[in-house]
Design a binder for this molecule. Structure first.
Ligand code: XMP
Length: 507
């Protein structure tokens, strides 16, 4: 990064959202934890800074802070904790609030012709402390019932602060805060996804030179977009490998290969290793052991295939920005998800350099790049699918027959989700096979068969999720189709757990 806006993270759960809002305004932005701010400012030379919110109080011992001199000569926008920190560092006064403000508040705007132009009355608050007195040189531009300085600005120096959260969609006209900040501070708008493709292709050519690159295609959006981008740069010197681990959905391996070859013109080798995987998983019930076996075997196969290709210098991966953000908060689920994704130690073992062209992008930006590269919308909008595949959706032992049941049920669910127009509204919608049999009746006969659970969730990033409630008609249709069409299943249940405390996958 050079230029753009650097977001100093003080641990807010909304920090990634700030970065996305800034990018939507056509300005590049990155996040650094507060303890690396000085170094990052030196190396990245940002046009402006945003100080994020955070869970602490500026008066606590060891409260996260920064050198005030880092603000000198630069436009700065403080949000929530960042607003309070600015006030404190520049000589204002912050105190404990009379009442904690959480949720909607009515914003009384005192000066409209500045940062708050176009911002509505309803804003989203989440804080304990308040700024009582703005620092010298600042004008108070808004207040709420409980917050005397809900917004402040020093136009001469392009320093601004808001107590509310303009980045969350609950705040009416919140995006205007970012737009006004950028305009009032004269920060150039030069981030455009269209340029990204050309810039990356050039960069990949320079980095790779005449060497060869290898890439594992999982069938997911990220690795596919990365591969198409790289193949635009270096053509068939990108060698893709698509492994069938026997744990994919119905017909998926063949369908993916067709898409990769015929539509995306990738140089790809399909390796059907399903027998090897299923043999290795025989009798295994423990989720972590399943993951390990699958991960290790994948590496083994990938290495065998790489050897057949000959000399390779780079390993391409579809790593995205949320995977690489170093968070100032406690290490949350993000860290865990990442460890799932990584093909443990592969680059080191194979002595390969990493090529990760999507490292700067958020998921929605990756999808947009995919569309611009001509990848089918149907493919781009696919739900995420875990690396260990159906193994973590079959609770208990994995057998051919249990795989068949889950595949058939999952296909029915997907068909109905698409038919009903729900598919696109969900982060994920899938079936899970439970490790128990229950009694049922069919005609005059008693049955004793397995149970399918339906998991339908909405989420922004997979780190938290809400369960989704479809209509009774929809559930009735899915349930009766599964029981009627899938041999060996006589009961369907709906998972009504959110994340946290549950996870999205069952294992
Ligand atoms: P959980 O189940 O942890 O999942 O709430 C969060 C998101 O990550 C996906 N997931 C995985 N992806 N390998 C992956 O590539 C894995 O082992 C794995 N486990 C979970 C999950 O589908 C959800 O989108």
């Amino acid at each position: 990064m050079k230029g753009g806006i650097l977001i100093i993270d003080f641990g807010s759960q909304y920090t990634q959202l700030i970065a996305r809002r800034i990018r939507e305004q056509g300005v590049y932005s990155e996040i650094v934890p507060f303890f690396s701010a000085e170094e990052a400012i030196k190396s990245k030379k940002p046009h402006g800074l945003i100080l994020s919110g955070g869970p602490r109080s500026v008066y606590e011992v060891d409260a996260p802070s920064m050198e005030p001199s880092l603000m000198e000569g630069r436009p700065v926008l403080g949000i929530c904790y960042g607003h309070q920190l600015m006030a404190k560092l520049l000589g204002g006064r912050v105190t404990g609030a009379r009442a904690r403000e959480y949720g909607f508040a009515r914003l009384e705007v005192l000066h409209r012709e500045g940062l708050l132009k176009g911002v509505g009355e309803r804003v989203w608050m989440s804080h304990g402390d308040v700024v009582e007195e703005a620092p010298k040189g600042f004008k108070i531009t808004a207040r709420t019932e409980n917050t005397p300085v809900a917004a402040m600005e020093n136009r001469e120096r392009s320093w601004f602060g808001v107590q509310f959260h303009p980045e969350v969609h609950h705040t009416q006209g919140g995006e205007m805060v970012f737009r006004n900040f950028i305009e009032l501070s004269g920060i150039p708008r030069d981030w455009e996804l269209g340029d990204f493709i050309d810039r990356k292709i050039k960069e990949i050519r320079e980095t790779v030179g005449d060497a060869r690159v290898i890439c594992a295609l999982s069938g997911g959006v990220d690795s596919t977009v990365a591969a198409v981008l790289i193949s635009r740069a270096i053509g068939d010197r990108l060698h893709c490998i698509s492994v069938n681990n026997g744990l994919l959905r119905l017909g998926e391996f063949e369908e993916n290969l067709r898409t990769f070859r015929e539509k995306l013109h990738l140089n790809v080798k399909g390796v059907d290793a399903s027998r090897r995987f299923l043999r290795a998983l025989e009798g295994v019930r423990d989720p972590e052991r399943k993951r390990k076996i699958i991960g290790n075997l994948f590496v083994e196969i990938f290495e065998e295939e790489a050897e057949k290709i000959g000399k390779i210098e780079f390993l391409a991966q579809g790593t995205t920005y949320p995977d690489v953000i170093e968070s100032a908060g406690v290490k949350g689920p993000a860290a865990v998800i990442k460890s799932h994704h990584n093909v443990g130690g592969l680059p080191e073992r194979m002595k390969l350099k990493l090529l990760e062209p999507l490292r700067e992008l958020f998921k929605d930006e990756v999808r947009e790049i995919g569309r611009r590269l001509g990848i089918d919308p149907h493919f781009i909008e696919k739900h995420p699918f875990p690396g260990p595949g159906l193994a973590v959706r079959i609770v208990g032992e994995i057998t051919e027959d249990r795989l068949r049941k889950l595949r058939e049920a999952d296909r029915i669910l997907e068909e109905e989700l698409r038919r009903e127009g729900i598919y696109g509204k969900l982060w994920q919608g899938f079936a899970v096979l439970l490790p128990l049999r229950t009694v049922g009746v069919m005609g005059d006969t008693r049955t004793y068969e397995e149970v399918i659970a339906l998991r339908l969730v909405q989420s922004v990033d997979g780190m938290t999720a809400d369960w989704f409630l479809p209509t009774k008609d929809f559930l009735t249709r899915v349930s009766s189709r599964i029981v009627n069409e899938v041999r060996g299943v006589n009961r369907v249940v709906l998972d009504i757990s959110s994340k946290p405390p549950a996870t999205i996958e069952w294992e």
